[in-house]
Write a protein that binds this ligand. Structure first.
Ligand code: UDX
Length: 440
């Protein structure tokens, strides 16, 4: 909304939320989320044509177009638990919109939703007895965290799904006009509502599938002395495949990939397509396996026991340049290390507050938090890189080696360090998908 407001001074944008604390924070310079460049864009529009409010009803009533961006977590109860999306927040929002509206409106699905949600929402919205007509559009968001502002300013494409009726097409065109303020028209593509909804799930499934594919190859590399970076480079130079999103890692995380694939799996299952469901489930299975494998490598390299050994985790966010830890592979890795009775020191420049919540309930004294990586590694038997933060590339590994217990181990879950140089310093180095370099 900040980008729309900054690029379209003629439009008035009001962001509403029931959480007063968050709405308050959006009006300060201490934003509720960390995203590079967001504050600068926000400041261009805040107070001019971008406003924040907790008066949800009045903002709904005044608006011609309503973007709904409520969360759709995976259901934890009842039918479809663990797979299907929990649509209760969406449905409550639809009912709030009906109650607060006195005129026709366009409602835009911004949240990632399973196919046919727009249809269900339309039924709720249009069941009103006030004679109001709602037109529902699907406009999935493809931005990635950490690069959100660039992704919004220069998107590969903007996708808008609508009904192919005259009203649907008129609503779609109104939304196209907004994006056309800064996105070239040929990159604003339109489709039917269901294609738009499915395209979002399928895009994320394809992206996650690439990571699970290269991670599956990383496991084989470790058994055969092939080097996954060399394999990845050779594969990626095929222009049909392309080089991006082929970095082997400790596993993918984030709020989208797992949830969206689970949605896809559930959709396939409930559509009578169990083989297709199993195919996509495999992408998640490899991701879980990659995290388990990483911990297994740590335990077996450290003489089959890490009990009471201090292990520093450098990075807890699911990727660099964000404080977001949702579904971060670091959560699973930390928990497994704690199960092995290690002493785990978590370090991250932006994600420690979330990490504390994610690991709440860990045995007292076994879990420590230390923002400064140099403090985190002091007296550690091993350090593991779990997030590819740039600051970790240039740490003084000579002093780190001195400060650690010997033999000192490095497990590079993101393949960002200079493994040969670390080996020369004296470390035993375990990358992902490459032969380890050890003095043992
Ligand atoms: C993703 C999609 O990219 C975006 O289009 C969609 O709108 C939301 O979901 P995001 O979750 O913010 O965005 O991050 P992304 O950059 O896709 O990374 C997801 C995970 O994959 C991270 O944990 C990242 O570290 C991991 N990853 C990514 C790899 O392990 N290897 C890679 O080569 C790329």
């Amino acid at each position: 909304m900040a980008m729309i407001a900054a690029k379209c001074p003629r439009y008035e944008v009001t962001v509403v939320d029931v959480n007063a604390e968050r709405i308050g924070a959006w009006q300060t310079d201490a934003l509720p989320i960390y995203e590079p460049g967001l504050l600068e864009v926000l400041k261009q529009a805040r107070g001019r044509n971008l406003f924040f409010s907790t008066d949800v009803a009045s903002a709904i009533d005044k608006a011609e177009i309503i973007f709904v961006s409520v969360n759709t977590p995976t259901k934890t109860f009842g039918e479809g638990a663990g797979k299907a999306p929990d649509l209760q927040y969406w449905e409550k929002t639809a009912r709030t919109i009906v109650e607060a509206s006195r005129g026709n409106k366009v409602v835009v699905e911004k949240s990632t939703l399973p196919v046919r949600t727009a249809h269900a929402m339309e039924r709720i919205l249009n069941s009103n007895r006030k004679g109001i007509r709602f037109e529902v559009l699907s406009n999935p968001e493809f931005l990635a965290e950490g690069t959100a502002m660039r992704d919004l300013e220069l998107p590969d494409r903007v996708l808008i799904g609508s009904h192919q009726t005259p009203e649907g097409i008129a609503a779609r065109d109104a939304l196209v006009e907004i994006y056309a303020n800064w996105v070239p028209r040929e990159q604003i593509i339109t489709s039917n509502v269901w294609s738009a909804e499915l395209s979002k799930l399928a895009s994320n499934a394809f992206l996650a599938q690439r990571i699970s594919s290269i991670n599956s190859i990383s496991a084989l590399c470790e058994k055969t002395a092939a080097d996954v970076s060399e394999v990845s480079r050779a594969i990626g130079l095929d222009s049909r495949i392309g080089s991006r999103f082929l970095n082997a890692s400790v596993g993918f995380g984030g709020s989208c990939f797992r949830k969206d694939i689970l949605n896809l799996v559930y959709l396939c299952e409930t559509s009578g397509l169990p083989e297709i469901a199993r195919y996509w489930q495999g992408v998640i299975a490899i991701n879980e396996h990659q995290k388990t494998r990483f911990v297994h490598t740590i335990v077996s390299a450290m003489f089959d026991t890490i009990a009471d050994k201090r292990i520093a985790l450098l990075g807890f966010a699911f990727k660099k340049d964000t404080g977001d830890t949702r579904d971060s592979p670091a959560i699973a890795v930390a928990r497994k290390l704690l199960e092995e009775q290690a002493v785990v020191v978590v370090s991250d420049p932006k994600a420690l507050a979330n990490a504390r919540l994610d690991l709440a309930g860990a045995p007292a004294g076994r879990l420590l938090f230390e923002e400064d990586p140099l403090q985190a590694v002091r007296g550690a038997h091993a350090l593991a890189i779990l997030t590819e933060w740039d600051i970790y590339r240039t740490l003084d590994f000579r002093s780190i080696f001195e400060a650690m217990e010997k033999p000192a181990f490095i497990f590079d879950g993101r393949n960002i360090l200079d493994h040969k140089a670390l080996y020369a310093i004296g470390f035993n180095v375990y990358p992902i998908g490459k032969p380890p370099l050890t003095h043992l």
